[in-house]
Design a protein around this ligand. Structure first.
Ligand code: SAH
Length: 461
């Protein structure tokens, strides 16, 4: 590490910027976030810099710089086009105790200006020692996306209370609970909550009793989680998850969280729905923040209503965080749209199977030409679905595509016709989880570009 990061106090500090062009504008925008008094010395200003002059702490001296200008400055930015030629000015500034930055001239500078993620008073400074400014921008974008816009307010609340001990209280507060209180009840309530966390003597309040989030874990690829789902995982005390939730997603749960699988294996040993409800309520009553993590979207074939009813009956607060349902990830994998003018204006999601066994549908409607639908839990019921559709007049040539493990490293795409469906699954050893689309064919070109995909084209194609 050649450059050591540090934070310089700018209260009542004076900063000098030489030059009035685009280089100066970029630095001034950052400097105006500080409390420094800023002077720009330049013969003329670009429109960008002129606009910044509205700020009270910024003054413009219209002339070229002289050696005296650099005395009593904490920072000097040389943002003229011939920056490094200002040898005497740079030497004079250093001699007067200032740190000098010659914009875009690393070797002539005493310090570099980092990329900044500003959640004042929380500031993330990112530097690459000049090697890769675009990398710094990428990292900045990542932080911008993950750090709450309210982080600064939360930090100020904690700062005012001078909370230093209670690492656990602070962790919970910053882990999402504080932000929720801030959004729902305002700053005073958030501050009160933090005091309550820190001071165990305080009686539990509504915001401290447990609550439940029904969270969509998406189809498997952790990058397909919503930011909110990530946050909830980060705050969880208990995670009750379905069998289909990908391990890569579970890895994102808070390290101290208790993870409990409450899976229902098709035709295998399974948790009963009442037991899941009971477990969820028991944990929340004990004060835990429970994340009920369901694959895909929690409201698609997830028996969410039964869990919501149970929570309401028990008087436990809950929220629902949507997720990307398997059919959406499967369509993305297959490279086709779920609806298309002139082909299908509607799309149905159906299950081949439910708690009672094979599921009946309006087969006559589904068998009509131009119908398109996504079948969830369809692998074991494929022969049943095929039989029902053919009996009701569907063409055996209707395209089908099967996407197994959509968005996961072992994703497989198989295409064929309705007439071939059960054999296709057998031949390609599709065991699920898989989405079977009827009436939709994957893009043939996909096989060539995605070596994870196996694409079996319809016979004779
Ligand atoms: N709530 C989930 C669906 C749960 S039902 C959602 O919105 O996606 C379980 C069924 O979802 C599986 O039988 C399978 O049909 C489908 N499924 C879940 N994850 C999948 C994946 N990664 N790829 C393909 N299908 C998947």
């Amino acid at each position: 590490m050649r450059y050591f990061p540090l934070f310089i106090d700018t209260r009542s500090a004076s900063v000098l910027v030489l030059g009035g062009g685009p280089k100066a504008a970029a630095k001034l925008r950052l400097l105006l976030k500080t409390e420094a008094q800023i002077e720009v010395i330049a013969e003329e200003l670009s429109i960008d810099v002129t606009r910044l002059l509205d700020a009270r702490r910024l003054v413009w001296t219209k002339r070229s710089a002289v050696l005296n200008d650099v005395s009593d400055r904490r920072l000097v930015y040389i943002a003229t086009d011939d920056g490094a030629d200002n040898v005497k000015l740079i030497a004079a500034a250093r001699a007067a105790g200032a740190l000098v930055n010659v914009v875009d001239e690393r070797e002539a500078s005493d310090f570099l200006t980092p990329a900044i993620v500003d959640r004042d008073p929380v500031v993330v400074a990112i530097g690459t020692e000049g090697t890769a400014p675009s990398l710094a921008r990428t990292i900045k974008a990542q932080f911008e996306a993950t750090l709450s816009p309210r982080l600064g307010t939360l930090a100020r609340i904690a700062g005012r209370q001078r909370v230093r001990r209670s690492a656990e209280g602070l962790r919970r507060f910053f882990g999402g609970v504080g932000e929720r209180a801030l959004i729902e009840s305002g700053e005073a309530e958030a501050a009160r909550l933090l005091r309550a966390f820190v001071d165990e003597q305080t009686a539990p309040t509504a915001s401290q009793t447990g609550r439940v989030a029904l969270v969509g874990a998406g189809p498997g690829d952790p990058e397909l989680l919503t930011l909110k789902a990530r946050k909830r995982l980060d705050e969880a005390d208990v995670v009750l998850y379905d069998r289909l939730v990908a391990p890569a997603v579970l890895d994102l749960a808070r390290r101290e969280a208790t993870l409990i699988e409450v899976g229902k294996t098709p035709a295998g040993p399974a948790w009963k729905q009442e037991d899941i409800n009971a477990r969820m309520i028991e944990a929340a009553r004990a004060g835990a923040f429970v994340v009920r993590l369901k694959s895909g979207d929690p409201l698609v074939f997830g028996r969410a209503d039964e869990e919501i009813d149970a929570l309401e009956t028990a008087g436990i607060a809950y929220e629902i965080v949507p997720g990307i349902s398997a059919a959406f990830a499967a369509a993305a994998a297959g490279g086709f749209s779920l609806t298309r003018r002139g082909r299908n204006r509607t799309i149905s999601f159906l299950t081949a199977h439910d708690a009672e066994g094979f599921a009946e549908h309006d087969w006559r409607t589904l068998a009509r030409p131009g119908e398109a639908f996504a079948i969830y839990m369809g692998v074991r019921g494929a022969r049943f679905v095929q039989g029902r559709l053919l009996i009701h007049g569907a063409s055996a040539d209707t395209p089908v595509s099967v996407i197994e493990n959509a968005s996961r490293p072992n994703q497989k795409i198989v295409a064929g016709t309705l007439g071939q469906l059960p054999d296709l699954l057998k031949q390609h050893r599709i065991e699920g989880p898989a989405i079977i689309f009827v009436g939709l064919a994957p893009r043939a070109a996909l096989a060539a570009i995605d070596d994870r995909a196996t694409l079996a084209l319809p016979i004779g194609a």
